[in-house]
Design a protein around this ligand. Sequence first.
Ligand code: CUK
Ligand code: CUA
Length: 621
Amino acid sequence: MKKWIPIASGLLAGFIAATINFADFSAKTNTEAALSNKTDAEKVYVPFGQKDDYYLFASGGHSGQMFIYGVPSMRKIRTIPVFSQDSATGYGFDEHSKKLMGGYTWGDLHHPAFSETKGDYDGKWMFATDVGNSRAAVVDLETFTTKDIINVPNTAGPHCAAFVTENTEYMFLPTRFAVPVGQKYESLDNYSQNYRGVMSAVTFDEKNVKLNIAYQVALPPWSYDLSDAGKKGSADWAVMTTYNTEEATTTMEVNASQADRDYIVLFNWKELEKMVKDGKYEDVDGQKMIYPEKQKGGIYLVPVAKSPHGVDVTPDGKYFIASGKLAPSMTVFSFEKSFKAVENKDFAGERNGIPIINYKSVMEREVNPENALGPLHTQFDDKGMAYTTMFISSEIVKWDPKTGKTLDRVPVQYSPGHSVSAEGDTVSPDGKWLIALNKIAKDSYLSVGPSHPESMQLIDISGKMKVIQSAPVDPEPHYAQMIKADKIKTINVYPKDEKNKDAVYKQNDTKIVRKGNEVHVYGIAMRSRFIFDAKAKRPDVIEVNEGDHVFIHLTNIDFDEDITHGFAINSYDLNIEVQPGQTNTIEFTADKAGTFPLYCTNFCSALHQEMNGYFLVKPKN
Ligand code: CUK
Ligand code: CUA
């Protein structure tokens, strides 16, 4: 226990020390790079015509997007806009995505999570949450597009999420910042009484592609940091770390690190589900809210070294491992012992009405690799070995959760947050690659000024750990998941949807319909022209009156892979795309009179440059 204290009080010193260390590491890694032999190069070389073995889905942090890379080449393949506008794809401009974004322009995407079947990634859906504006999203992996976004009420930054249960029954969204229920005004003097750290249980309706909030839990007003769902024998349970159990309301850096202990919240979601079924909740603004101080039996606290960050469940579902952040240790806890402690009411009092499990009864071991500082997150290989990122000492430490023995370590450049291993969050990780998601890329790439990109370093973990490739990445890879490429089944073109009233597939069906001051254009995009009204003198011209409310429904009738068309109106700040076979709608008010060229933004044929027309807005008088 004593070991935790000196590091905790010296966090700042630790960060400074880490900065000083950069220089030595740099020299060492450069020499290593110079010596890197052909075998390493061959390992990451994916010749033209061949494809990568894995997809990497990396969080885009405050870019609000998700980045897709191929592994092992580390080539970037795609950006999927999720919470932020993206003019490259027209995301946030067309009606569907504009509605999804709910009036927000940006997001802070932290933890991507694949849908799972029996604890294995099934390659169908990808979930993510937005810490910036408290939302949750689902991405369809047939098209790599965002399909639904919901706002999560009573929550201020669902940072912990998203981690899904074994069969995607739920993802749990605990809050990073405690707020009063309903986010109503409340003096911070009443923080402990009136603020709450609400966790939401979100379900996914696959048939209707809708995210829903099943219920919420009004946890104590603490910060919830990371979570993970149980597996196999612990599948009904989930864990999450807390900090600021001090309930500090200012100068958090100091005040939220006072107590020696914080907690891991251990909860049984089957029990919570039952409470909801039995009506053991309160209706709060239409949400089913469970108050743990009133409804006992589903939620427990496990003491842990102060201010833990990550908590990760081992692939066999037997242990959960908390990382110290301020303490140089990883603590391994036993699920089985926890269940026993719950059964025997082996408690050491309670906090806010929630029983505290006896630390000694459930703690399996505290692991302190020599001079390893700032453990944050842990991943696993096919043999159940753990790989923990050390933020302050800038390295990955491989160790055995069953013995606590350090097996290997490798320096990374620098300050890794998460790392991700191939199929790393499943019940059967592949044991092939580990990617360090580094916060600092200093000395890694050509300079682009005072601010650098982040870096992702590919580590071969098949033998002794070795960094063999590195790729720059935009802010900010908080987390990523890596899936076997053959699990993802994309579609080539959007199928015809005869039921879609906005879609037009034949040139002669194109038309412009006026109803009062509303104008509906049913148009077609094809190589290499727009047709808005085939019967008109100029089929590629839209003419409206100033003040008209305009809807342009556009269908791409090139049912041909990769023939995407864009649609932009010059000086009107509008841009959407239609992928092969897709119909998209853009809605706006023609509030500027004048002559505005419209054109295809996506290079689609030799005559792409000719794919244009005019948007004419007749002035009012
Ligand atoms: S957090 Cu960024 S390093 Cu959002 Cu998963 Cu730990
Ligand atoms: Cu269509 Cu360029």
